[in-house]
Design a protein around this ligand. Structure first.
Ligand code: GLN
Length: 483
């Protein structure tokens, strides 16, 4: 049962081959058996799952249908879930039970999904390896000595290990696409404003975006359909109609113009990954696509700009965690200042504290122009590069990451080395564009992802290209040994 995709589950449920309750029980048993090796869950929600599964079965018995009705999923542990711990991977929120559901959670529940649990993540979504979680590192099912990517490493490891068919995730600088690449999944970061951020604990508000992690483009289309749409509670949510993503999968790629930026193939890229990217380009050419070399001249400035803007926004967003209103509070504070200092000092981990300090520094009166304002100007240049490129091509293609998943601990002593691994993903967040990563082969037994970027609101085009590619390749069907 655990090998089924969301699409197969929907067909099986519709044909009454099994019930959602049976499927839910089977997956919960599988999680109990296998997750101790991976640590991909922070909380399991068995009771909720079984009651949602029974409700979904009853709704189907009453004649309702729907691709997500009875489908088991999990939420990254930064989506607020009413009455259930929502920790954001932090000691700061270890005792926090959200008083309401995030819009994404509520929408998916209304569509009939079954929540199996809350997945592990880097603390406050800061990281590219899922090693900064208060609940311990997540392991990559392809090789337990390697990281699964971050910050949505728990969602990625769980889906890759077939503990469940799909999960929600978020992407501020690559946290859907990069773990997708590291674990052989398909992951989609939607256009900024496409998916509501209401009830999604904020890291960097102008960059954060929720999206699906699954094994196929077809499943990403199904899950995104349940997540996307206007939300009056989120002032950056965009009131654009949501297209039928599943209907967009089958278009022909004849004449599709694919741009490959020359800057992507610099010295930092593992040549074996470059090789696989070239093979994926050839495969798409066979399907009728036309390849064109393009240039994104400001790409080299994106990492420094992002690592000013994201910490700046984080320092502001995380100021609410002060030990007073909710979250962790230190023992026996001597006075108010001591309460703030120790609650934050004890509640936040090292990487989060580093980002708060960098961000507060970049925003301080004497340095604002030199760092924050400069970074915002670079952000506009990065966006302009994309706008110029999309005048010539329909899709931009390249690697998702410069290297495959590294060994646990390998970059712990050098945070900047980890930041540099985000080179291909963060430009889409700076520009607010949609991006998708899909499996493109293996290096030393570890998965490699190819990234596709499209103009605003062209998620359907990304899913179309990925689906056609997946109909003609089998990388995405490979399963990690032991799972
Ligand atoms: N690795 C990036 C960071 O640490 C991106 C994380 C994310 O997308 N949430 O900020």
């Amino acid at each position: 049962m655990h090998h089924m995709t969301l699409a197969e589950i929907a067909r099986g449920l519709a044909d009454k081959k099994f019930s959602s309750e049976e499927l839910t029980k089977a997956l919960l048993a599988r999680i109990a058996q296998l997750d101790p090796q991976l640590n991909s869950f922070i909380s399991l929600t068995e009771e909720l799952a079984l009651s949602q599964a029974k409700t979904a079965d009853a709704r189907r018995a009453n004649g309702e249908s729907g691709a997500l009705l009875g489908a088991p999923i999990a939420h990254k542990d930064l989506f607020c879930t009413q009455g259930i711990r929502t920790s954001c991977g932090s000691k700061m929120l270890d005792n926090f039970k959200a008083p309401y559901d995030a819009t994404v959670v509520a929408k998916l529940a209304a569509a009939g999904t079954v929540t199996l649990g809350k997945t592990n993540m880097d603390e406050f979504a800061m990281g590219s390896a899922n090693e900064s979680s208060h609940y311990g590192a997540v392991k990559n099912p392809w090789n337990l000595e390697h990281v699964p990517g971050g910050s949505s490493g728990g969602s990625a490891a769980a889906v890759a290990a077939r503990l469940l068919p799909a999960a929600t995730a978020t992407d501020t600088g690559g946290s859907i696409r990069q773990p997708a690449a590291f674990t052989n999944l398909t992951g989609l970061k939607p256009t900024y404003g496409r998916v509501s951020r209401w009830g999604m604990i904020a890291y960097a508000s102008s960059l954060d975006q929720g999206g699906p992690l699954a094994r196929t483009a077809e499943d990403c289309a199904i899950l995104l359909q349940g997540m996307a749409g206007f939300d009056p509670n989120d002032s950056t949510s965009i009131d654009e109609p949501v297209p039928d993503y599943s209907a967009s999968l089958n278009g022909s790629l004849q004449g599709l113009r694919i741009g490959v930026p020359k800057e992507y193939f610099s010295a930092g890229l593992d040549p074996r990954i470059a090789e696989l990217i070239h093979s994926s380009v050839k495969e798409l050419e066979k399907l009728g696509a036309v390849i064109k070399e393009i240039s994104l001249p400001n790409m080299q400035h994106a990492i420094p700009a992002y690592y000013v803007i994201a910490p700046a926004e984080a320092s502001s967003n995380l100021s609410r965690f002060d030990g007073v209103r909710f979250g962790y509070r230190c023992e026996n504070p001597e006075n108010l200042v001591d309460l703030y200092k120790r609650s934050r000092g004890e509640g936040f981990g090292a990487e989060v504290q580093r980002r708060i300090m960098v961000g507060a520094y970049a925003l301080s009166a004497g340095y604002y122009d030199a760092y924050y304002l400069k970074a915002q100007k670079i952000r506009r240049l990065v966006k302009n590069d994309f706008m110029a490129a999309f005048n010539e091509v329909d899709i931009i293609l390249g690697p998702t990451t410069p290297n495959p998943a590294w060994k646990l601990g390998a970059k712990n002593s050098d945070p900047v080395a980890e930041y540099l691994e985000d080179v291909y993903t963060i430009t889409a967040n700076l520009a607010g564009l949609p991006g998708l990563s899909m499996p493109a082969g293996f290096v030393d037994g570890l998965p490699v992802g190819v990234q596709l970027l499209a103009p605003y609101f062209q998620e359907g085009r990304l899913l179309n290209v990925a689906h056609q590619y997946q109909l003609n390749t089998d990388w995405h069907t490979r399963t990690p040994t032991g799972f």
